[in-house]
Design a protein around this ligand. Structure first.
Ligand code: 9WN
Length: 434
């Protein structure tokens, strides 16, 4: 904890640290003990960013335990299951992903999902190293030496197996891969799916969460993927959900830059990582930039067109350090307008407030989330946009002071919603407080 914190900030820091302590299983941090009792890859990367400020040893173990789930082709699954828990602890549990027969590429001793999530782990690992106190710097570099091959394989998988259009961008094949499950951005490709007559709908539709109809579609997509053993050739040509998402690719780009730095720190060649980052940078602008709206939008590869709704993901390419100044300015204008921060007391809402799909209470369809705020804050800071960075810093801390470390928040009045004591909400407050 920084010695510069005020008394109030110290209390907030300690409360956040208590959440991470409570959610620590001994090897990893669960997002929220009741609601999400396993290990999620995106959540673990955010947890590691927070643990770097609190328990550095745990941050390392967090990342190592996550990579136990990595497939032999480099795919880092979005879920690593805790097999000590009963089957019904979470839907969808291990059986949905493999139906009794695991693909040869999945690990033998660990049960995982067959999807991935935004690849934030290299950025998290570099931040962990950068925050090491001088006496720990060499030990921290040793940790990076252990992790580098895993991170390199993860990025190689994305470039080889997920660049479905050969464009330089990685495509997601399921809304769960975006991290923003029921974002209105996915409404159109999901509506176009032809579902089998028997619905799969699990018994999991509490208030604020996606509906049973969404779940039918999510489970149908998993059933298709599972039947083809998540084969990259099937993803490329036949799978009905294939989208190039600005948030996923902005995180991929930022992590690729981080990987280049990790390569340098550990005696590997950074050039391939820099080349890949340059390609992703160009492709983001060529394929996802919407000059009329002045923001990035997701591209549906099955229709080869941009998806209509503008969401918080549209701002994620601020994470690109080389984003041209003109694009940064247009993103900032939109972010500060009445469609986002200008009308929300607690920005950034996950969906354009003026869009028909906006819903202030519904999960990724309107509420403000701490993790997306952190990504935009981090990007704005890198571009020297202190007005935006300070706005997000202030509103994020106000949210947790007012409502606690909730999963998500009403963007107008800051009411907390979803799970309580959510790990990434706590972890990123630790990082913000520094
Ligand atoms: C499906 C754990 C995860 C987050 C996702 C969030 C939610 C899962 C769910 O919870 O997704 O992966 O059950 O809805 O959307 O971003 O990683 O916190």
């Amino acid at each position: 904890m920084s010695s510069r914190l005020t008394g109030d900030e110290t209390a907030l820091w300690q409360a956040a640290a208590r959440v991470l302590d409570a959610n620590w299983t001994g090897t990893a941090t669960v997002p929220s003990p009741g609601l999400y009792p396993h290990q999620w890859s995106l959540d673990s990367a955010f947890a590691a960013i927070g643990l770097a400020r609190h328990r550095r040893d745990r941050a390392e173990r967090e990342l190592l335990s996550l990579f136990r789930g990595q497939w032999t082709d480099g795919m880092l699954p979005h879920l690593v299951f805790d097999d000590r828990l009963p089957r019904h602890a979470y839907f969808p549990g291990p059986e949905l992903w493999h139906g009794g027969r695991r693909p040869g590429r999945s690990p033998r001793l660990v049960q995982t999902s067959g999807l991935t999530q935004p690849p934030l782990q290299a950025l998290a690992a570099l931040r962990l190293h950068e925050s090491a106190p001088p006496p720990e710097a060499e030990r921290s570099r040793d940790f990076l030496r252990v992790l580098y091959p895993c991170l390199a394989a993860q990025h190689h998988y994305l470039a080889e197996s997920r660049d479905l259009a050969g464009s330089g961008l990685a495509a997601i094949c399921h809304p769960w891969e975006s991290g923003l499950d029921n974002s209105p951005a996915w409404d159109r490709p999901l509506a176009a799916l032809r579902l089998p007559p028997a619905a799969y709908a699990p018994d999991r539709t509490p208030r604020d969460l996606p509906t049973g109809e969404d779940y039918d579609r999510y489970v149908h997509l998993v059933a298709l993927l599972r039947a083809r053993e998540y084969d990259p050739a099937y993803l490329r040509s036949d799978h009905p959900f294939a989208v190039e998402d600005p948030l996923f690719n902005a995180v991929y780009l930022a992590s690729e830059h981080a990987l280049a730095e990790i390569a340098e720190l550990t005696g590997h060649d950074p050039a391939p990582h820099r080349e890949r980052a340059a390609r992703t940078h160009t492709a983001l602008l060529d394929r996802l930039w919407d000059a009329d709206e002045g923001c990035f939008r997701a591209r549906d590869l099955r229709e080869d067109r941009l998806l209509p709704v503008v969401t918080v993901a549209s701002f994620a390419p601020l994470l690109d350090p080389e984003l041209p100044g003109a694009a940064v300015r247009r993103l900032v204008d939109l972010l500060l307008s009445a469609r986002f921060a200008g009308a929300a007391g607690y920005p950034v809402p996950t969906c354009d407030i003026q869009a028909a799909a906006f819903d202030r209470a519904a999960y990724w369809r309107g509420p403000t989330w701490i993790n997306t705020n952190w990504l935009v804050w981090h990007g704005a800071l890198a571009h020297g946009h202190t007005v935006v960075a300070d706005l997000l810093y202030g509103s994020t801390l106000r949210l947790v002071r007012q409502s606690g470390f909730r999963e998500f928040f009403d963007p107008f009045d800051g009411t907390g919603r979803g799970g309580h004591e959510h790990s990434w909400s706590a972890a990123l407050v630790l990082d913000l407080l520094g």
